[in-house]
Design a protein around this ligand. Structure first.
Ligand SMILES: [Mg+2]
Length: 223
C-alpha cells in the first residue's frame, strides 16, 4: 500500500486573512446599525477581552453581546450574525492559497487536511463561505478543536505529515512532541520576534514554498 502524506493547514492567518474578516464585519455592522466603526470596534473588544483564548471567538456570542449593549435595540442577533457571515468571501483568502492547494492535491499520495483551533461552527463557516471547503473534503482530515495543543490531539496527527501554522507556540509544541511530523511556521508578519523556534521547525514566508518542500520531504518514499 502506498503511504499517504498529509499536509495539514491551520485556518486563521495561515490560509484565511482573519483580520480582514474583522475589518469587514466591523464596517458592515456599523453601517447596519448606523453607529461609528469605533463604537462597534469597542463592543468587539469588550466581547473578546475576557476570552481565555482568541480562538474562543464565537460570532453568535458577539452578535448577542452587541444587541444586549446597544441603547436602541433595533437589531436582532440573527441579522447581525448573518452580516458577520456575509463578509467572508474569497477575498479574505491569502492570494496564493488556492493555487498551492491545487498543486499539492495533484501530487501523488498527498492529501490535504485542516488542523485548526476555534469554535467549530465559525471555522466551518469560514471554510465554506471562502470557498476553501472543497479542497478539504475528507472529513477525517478536517480537525477543528477547542484546544489543539492538548497532547492527545497532537498525538492524533498522522505519521510523516506536515503541519503549517502561523503561531510559533503551535509549531513548537508539535515539533517537541512529534519527531515524525514536520512542523512548518509560516511567517505572516512576526508578532513575537523575541519568541524562539524549536530547532526542527521549518520556516516559510509564503505557502508557495510548500510543493518543493513536500517533494524534498517525501522523495525518499517513492512508493
Ligand atoms: Mg493561525
Amino acid at each position: 500500500m502506498r503511504a499517504e502524506h498529509i499536509v495539514y493547514f491551520d485556518i486563521d492567518k495561515t490560509i484565511i486573512n482573519t483580520p480582514e474578516i474583522k475589518n469587514g464585519f466591523v464596517a458592515a455592522l456599523a453601517q447596519e446599525l448606523g453607529i461609528s466603526e469605533t463604537a462597534i470596534a469597542d463592543l468587539v473588544t469588550a466581547y473578546t477581552t475576557p476570552l481565555e483564548s482568541s480562538t474562543d471567538f464565537d460570532p453568535e456570542a458577539l452578535a448577542q453581546h452587541i444587541v444586549e449593549n446597544l441603547l436602541a435595540k433595533q437589531a436582532t442577533s440573527e441579522k447581525l450574525l448573518q452580516l458577520i457571515f456575509d463578509v467572508i468571501a474569497p477575498v479574505v483568502v491569502f492570494e496564493e492559497v488556492v493555487q498551492v492547494l491545487e498543486i499539492l492535491a495533484r501530487m501523488p499520495d498527498v492529501r490535504l487536511g485542516i488542523f485548526s483551533e476555534g469554535v467549530r461552527e465559525w471555522q466551518e463557516v469560514k471554510l465554506k463561505n471562502s470557498g476553501l471547503d472543497v479542497h478539504f473534503a475528507n472529513e477525517k482530515l478536517r480537525g477543528i478543536y477547542t484546544r489543539k495543543l492538548l497532547s492527545e490531539v497532537i498525538a492524533g496527527l498522522r505519521p510523516n505529515s506536515v503541519v503549517v501554522d502561523d503561531k510559533k507556540q503551535v509549531v513548537n509544541a508539535i515539533a517537541a512532541q512529534r519527531l515524525d511530523v514536520t512542523a512548518v511556521w509560516i511567517n505572516r508578519g512576526d508578532r513575537e520576534p523575541e519568541a524562539a523556534l524549536h530547532a526542527s521547525v521549518l520556516v516559510i514566508t509564503s505557502l508557495r514554498e510548500l510543493p518543493d518542500l513536500a517533494n524534498e520531504l517525501w522523495s525518499e518514499y517513492p512508493d
